[in-house]
Design a protein around this ligand. Sequence first.
Ligand code: ACO
Length: 325
Amino acid sequence: MRKVGIVGVGEYLPDKILSNLDLEKMVDTSDEWITTRTGIKTRRLVSPNQAASDLAVNAARQALREAGILAADVDLIIVATISPDMQFPSTACFVQRTLGARNAVCFDVSAACAGFVYALVVAQQFIACSTYKNALVIGSEVLSSITDWQDRNTCILFGDGAGAAVLAPVTSGGILSTYLGSDGLLSDLLMLPGGGSRNPTTHQSIDKRLHYIKMRGNELFKLAVKIMTDAAQEALRRAGLECKDIDCVIPHQANTRILLNMAKRLGLPAEKIYLNIDKYGNMSSASTAIALCEAAKSNHIKRGNIVLLDAFGGGLVWGACVIKW
Ligand code: ACO
């Protein structure tokens, strides 16, 4: 089996900023409530003509440039998203078309906020087995398109963005271990019930607002702390490492309190948890990808560091990955 590493990262955030003060004018909430309960101050929103693949392409171009790889050299494109351009074709196929990555095999992965880690693990398998050489893995979300802007329980949380990584064979370091898990028994806690074959889009489904994210946040909160802690420990065990070996955790950015609780349980100082939720909110699969890119570009993670990706989301699904950077 070949060793696989991340050889380039990229990100794209749309320009429009929505602040907590803006949200105060839209629903019954306050900057103080949102900041203390979630850690979020602002989030980014797409302009009307931007879809998930447009964000993805911008992030992908940056990642390819950093990796020194041409679009034509990409063998595999996986886009993790729960807000695709369309039900089909896959958003990955739209990315392929815009990039001109004519030699790539393309598909999407649906694993909510753990989508980027899931997609990374899928790509790693293909490269490790020598099926493909260069893979583009992207987390891209336009959550604003599936957010109920009248529901204060959810609309304060989400934002839009995309992050990308190029995976390729490496001679040392790279991905040391991975761990994925799912529990469909808890699928009711977080879902978008409308628009699929269970509840096809009708006037009635729209009147019931079924085409928006529904979340039981408080129940998810407790599960997120436990599951993300367990996932981190399992990925470390599989890498033959301990918590003290971690230089930086790149977690899914759902809530600052979840992440600080997780750090406490792992016995890690809060400074080792990379946070950018204050700027961008929860961008589902894009959150971990963008956090990884920003941490790398700002020197929070340096060559040789032990980095832990850790994500959790609707499904329920979760995943963690230990990387020697
Ligand atoms: N502004 C003001 N008050 C609010 C708001 C708001 N925006 N939203 C809820 N409240 C009120 C509630 O109505 C409730 O009032 P009550 O006590 O009078 O009934 C009170 O605040 C407390 O509500 P809770 O839901 O218990 O608040 P909590 O502290 O749990 O925070 C939150 C809610 C931020 C959603 C938190 O539960 C959370 O982050 N959960 C985890 C989310 C998550 O991890 N999701 C998975 C990943 S996302 C994905 O996969 C797409």
